[in-house]
Write a protein that binds this ligand. Structure first.
Ligand SMILES: CC(C)(COP(=O)(O)OP(=O)(O)OC[C@H]1O[C@@H](n2cnc3c(N)ncnc32)[C@H](O)[C@@H]1OP(=O)(O)O)[C@@H](O)C(=O)NCCC(=O)NCCS
Length: 408
């Protein structure tokens, strides 16, 4: 009988488990010892599946904070999930996921899925949507005079401007559900820009926007794919990220990106449905937005997770929750939040349920984007007290739609 064992990785396993991940994701080449990804990997947070001393499965976690409605909380950032093709569909992922979710100290886990169909069975709910924009830049113009004020733009090399970029990012972070904290090591990794990852683009460039007092209020990182044909230039601006703390910064940076000479299109993945540009332009349809799945959230410790975020309106509701993987979450919970989302309490109760759902639905609604009302319309949330869906869905919502700025 084939006996697989699970164990935590050690630093000595890094090359071997990186190879398993690269092979499963069809990435050509061997692990590169100079790759900065190694500086953010914590091997102790990787579960490895082995057969006869060979690593055949991996599931890792990055230790980072996640912005949720009204708070920034520790969240297990699940990553590096792979099973060698010769050992798939034998239950290894299920074993690793169960072990991981049972063991993580964080109250929530979050991930990007290579394929959406994999993770709902483990209680992950679709919490944010990811929009990719592909605009013909001559078809979209910024309305009126937004972004033409007294601020100034300055070009920089991202790795050299790391400190300024991180200061802007940290000021924006608390207000952006779905974004993840970045310490210095992460910033070094994210701005490392090795040639092999450019895929025909220029090096990543940064542009910083300062207001009239000289305070940096926003930045963008972008690269350009140079292209020409018989009719002339048709380059593409590929926006890596745009972070603005003020409306002027957002408008000025977008104006810049839409105006780069010798380019015809502007492409930006990892956008939210609330992206500033939708409300800045005259013709939003021409942004060519395409919606896909973004972050998947798993509630690991239900009472701790539900009391760690704020609510958009007062709520007092009894939730009957099922959770096949983590039985401690299952049962009836009374959730109470006061005005302004404060005074949150979540405790077990024998009172009759107002709503019934699986933990998957609470994960989906956790960041304030996916509406419990929408899930109720598909039968994934059941209402037992008239008005409970509307009130609870409103309370779980948030004034900023969650987005994610980075795939981890
Ligand atoms: C995805 C992957 C990790 C699955 O590993 P696995 O060991 O074959 O998964 P398991 O055997 O534990 O399957 C668990 C369940 O998920 C289902 N499942 C697993 N992978 C699936 C996939 N890609 N599509 C659809 N269903 C999948 C299985 O059918 C099984 O369903 P069940 O519990 O209802 O019977 C593996 O196929 C892989 O490494 N793929 C390439 C890399 C990748 O996509 N990783 C995920 C990164 S987010």
């Amino acid at each position: 009988m084939t006996v697989y064992t699970l164990r935590a990785a050690t630093p000595a396993d890094l090359d071997a488990f990186s190879r398993v991940i690269r092979t499963a994701f069809n990435v050509p080449g061997d692990p590169d010892p100079t790759d900065t990804i190694r500086t953010v990997i914590d091997p102790a947070r990787y579960t490895l599946a082995e057969l006869d001393g060979q690593i055949v499965g991996t599931a890792g976690v990055f230790t980072r904070d996640l912005t949720v409605p009204g708070a920034v909380i520790p969240a297990a950032h699940v990553t590096g999930v792979s099973v060698a093709a010769t050992h798939t569909r034998k239950g290894l992922l299920r074993r690793m996921m169960t072990g991981q979710l049972t063991g993580v100290p964080e109250a929530v886990a979050v991930l990007w899925a290579s394929e959406g169909r994999i993770y709902q069975r483990f209680g992950y709910g679709l919490a944010s949507q990811n929009v990719t924009l592909r605009a013909d830049r001559r078809e979209v113009a910024i309305r009126g005079t937004a972004g033409t004020g007294t601020g100034t733009l300055r070009a920089a090399v991202p790795s050299e401007a790391r400190k300024e970029l991180s200061e802007v990012y940290d000021r924006a972070l608390a207000g952006r559900p779905g974004w993840s904290s970045r310490d210095e090591t992460w910033w070094t990794h994210l701005t490392s820009d090795p040639e092999k990852r450019r895929e025909g683009h220029t090096a990543t460039r940064a542009v910083l926007y300062s207001d009239q007092s000289g305070i940096v209020q926003g930045y963008t990182q972008y690269r350009i794919k140079n292209d020409w044909d018989d009719n002339g230039p048709k380059g593409e601006v590929n926006v890596v990220e745009l972070v603005a703390v003020t409306p002027d910064a957002a408008a000025a940076l977008w104006r810049f990106l839409l105006g780069v000479d010798l380019t015809r299109s502007v492409v930006k993945g990892l956008s939210g449905v609330d992206e500033e540009i939708f409300h800045l332009v005259e013709e939003p349809r021409r942004l060519g937005g395409k919606v896909g799945d973004g972050l998947w959230v798993r509630i690991v410790d239900l009472p701790r997770a539900l009391t760690s975020r704020k609510y958009a309106a007062p709520v007092d509701v009894v939730l009957e929750v099922t959770d096949a993987l983590l039985p401690a979450n299952a049962g009836r919970w009374r959730l109470r939040a006061g005005a302004g989302g404060a005074l949150v309490n979540c405790s077990p109760t024998d009172a009759p349920a107002d709503l019934t759902c699986d933990v998957t639905e609470l994960g989906a609604a956790y960041l304030g984007g996916t509406k419990l009302g929408a899930l109720a319309a598909t039968g994934r949330v059941q209402e037992h007290r008239p008005g409970a869906v509307a009130a609870t869905s409103t309370a779980f919502g948030w004034h900023v739609t969650p987005s994610s700025i980075e795939i981890f």
